[in-house]
Design a protein around this ligand. Sequence first.
Ligand code: PLP
Length: 388
Amino acid sequence: MTLRTGRHFLQIPGPTNVPDSVLRAMAAPVIDHRGPEFAELTHRLLAALSPVFGTESPVIVYPASGTGAWEAALVNTLSPGDRVLCFETGHFASLWRTMAVGLGLDVDFVPGDWRHGADPEALAARLAADPAHTVKAVCVVHNETSTGVTSRIAEIRAALDAAGHPALLLVDTISSLGSIDYRHDDWGVDVTVAGSQKGLMLPPGLSFNAVSEKALRASETARLPRSYWDWQPVIEANRKGFFHYTPATNLLYGLEEALRLLAAEGLPEVFARHARHAAATRAAVRGWGLEVLCADEREYSGSLTGVLLPEGHDADKVREIVLERFDMSLGAGLGRLAGKVFRIGHLGHFNDLTLAGTLAGVQMGLELSGVPLASHGLDAALDILRTP
Ligand code: PLP
């Protein structure tokens, strides 16, 4: 194996780079998860999580990856055979839909081209065709990590309100929470699904459901089988500062530090930083004469940028060269985008020079792969980064 010096550039759109102070926080000794010190930690954590989700409602923390929180959102709110509306925004929306089908839900999958977000007008049309309110939930991936497209959740909410439709709104924020503006309460979201390993700057292993009053009421009658994912015992145990199973203590230490970092920077500043890095990345992509996968400027992602390669060029080859020569990992094209697209993650613990280094590596990798480049995209990005 080649000896590597310096830090690996982990520029996949999650898991993301973990700040040193978060790593250090996680290195503390494990404590009794039924003792008073742990109870204080839980209370502090739950209070600090609320502003990140933009909610006053309970936030449930699972020792699980995001997929577990997807399942929790469905099994706590729905019953076998319930109709659910999902949007085909990309690979992750497709996986969530597959899970819903597997759980016995009747899924209406609104087709998409993997370059646009969930379409509020398409939703309005489906809701208008459902006067009997047979649709029980609408599932949307806020930021589709496979494409770099951010759906307009406020407009999705407005479409539900305009139709006077009572369906629950379930939103996956796994690659947007802590990176892109998100408001569980203001946008009337019923269940927000999130994970630790992206904007929250933690290793994988924690996931979350923020749960509205309406979702809690739905959980009283929902009949899909649930046990581990059941919200109620967690909410009850959390009141006293505990979990009814063994929590992931050291990840929770890390979470407290990560939430401290986000609060110290300020959420609006965190979102602005991500938007600026995303704009600089798109400037680079265009400077190279390549195409940004996201086709609607209202839906550009602050967390990642999908880059479409010209016909006849293999995106995986570019990633391979970048990894081998410059020790940088880029995101692969997923599902139907395999080989056609690579993804640049620019979220989490990230600054101007991390982005400049990332884009320099991408530019050199493209050149070495023989992809024809129009000009030097890096300069276009630096022009943006130079501006305070
Ligand atoms: N949803 C989105 C938008 C994701 O990006 C991911 C993973 O990257 C998932 C769901 C699945 O989460 P996990 O891999 O943590 O189970």
